[in-house]
Design a protein around this ligand. Sequence first.
Ligand SMILES: *Cc1c(COP(=O)(O)O)cnc(C)c1O
Length: 463
Amino acid sequence: MPPVRAPLEPDEATLNAWTELAARFVAEQLQKVAELPADNTAGAREVAAGFREPLPEQGTALDTLLARLSPAVEHTFNTPGPGYMAFIPGGGLPSSALGTYVAASVNRYVGVAKAAPALAELEATTVRWLAESMGLPATAGGILTTGGSLSNLTAIVCARVAHLGDDFARAVIYASRETHASLMKAARIAGFRRDQLRLLPVDAHCRLQPAVLRQAVDEDRRAGRVPFFLNVNAGTTNTGAVDPMRELAAVARAERLWLHADAAYGGFFRWVDPAHVDGLELADSITLDPHKGLFLPYGTGSLLVRDAATLRRAHEIDADYLRDVAPDGDQTNFTDLSPELSRAFRGLSLWLPLMLHGAAAFREALAEKLTLARHAAERLSEIPAFEVLEPPQLSVVAFRLRGGSDSDNARLLARVNQRGRVFLSSTRVDDRLTLRICVLCFRTHQDRVDEAVDALMQEATAG
Ligand SMILES: *Cc1c(COP(=O)(O)O)cnc(C)c1O
């Protein structure tokens, strides 16, 4: 093959040709997501092996490279597809991907406001929309992160600086046992020992009860420790359980705990009705994951903080080489609010879909997910082979084979997933293997949810 001449700076015709090839590739891939097996990882290791290769000295044509990429994309969990109801789906809005493409292509720097005042304003506006829609006051601020894990980490660091300063050896963090592991990871990275974390038991609905919290705080105070941080869950990953945030907030206020709400999965259901995550607006900080609840492609999370100044105090630092870009007036430098300096212009991947579709489109899609989860739960509870743990609090249905062992449930899950039309995952609730259907992808509609229930029913009776 002749060497490919792909200039680092393509002329307009070349750029258009590349963009067209990429657009055609994307369109072909998106056409396939409805029909590809929901778990298509059979044979994926062989495909993966083909990518272990040395750095080439010469270029290769783009169409050749995209053709190589196809099997790598396709031999995967089909996460953007309608049948993907495992873990927490989202789907990946094409409109947001377009925002990412435009943002990366124009490659303006938004970490300091002076470098791109209007783009920084655009991103700050998306954060303000999020904060307002969660019921936070005008003093609130926040940042777009790479995801919920980094949001939870930033929340702990922010709270630590605000409440404890440099001495946090006796501080205690409270959360329920149903809390996402990223919070434990965050505590560890933020310098807390394992024994500074209380993972409290939950009630029959997987919720943390105020009395349990109060007792744990009392015990720690009597032992001379310093209770300081409470995580409440606005939708657990396991079952979508929503802690009684209003009551827990009252305890947090009385005990002067920083109240953090992990709403990575559930927060956006507030757009349908605030009652779905009642009391979320009382939190000192809120983790949201637009790459879950707003269906964005992976890579956009958010941390909102009731008092934006606390976020700044935890991150602001002087650097001589940044003296020329100190913010003016009401400008905010994102770098003063987060661990990042150079970063992607994430605002556009959120702003573009919100502007293009409007909030109503998201509200309708989220309402549909809640309805679909209830529908699945109702159908499953009519099938004698299954027990549904409870009507879904949000859009996760947790269920088991009635009287089935852990291995019976695991086998059933494997058989249903083997069919390829839907992909479900399992967890442990009450120390028993529990199956779950999480409806959150914007491409998932009733036909596919019914297929999931049909497959479960058929495999349960066949097994
Ligand atoms: C997904 C999730 C996280 C972690 O978020 P990432 O975006 O995956 O880093 C944290 N908390 C909850 C409740 C989640 O569902």
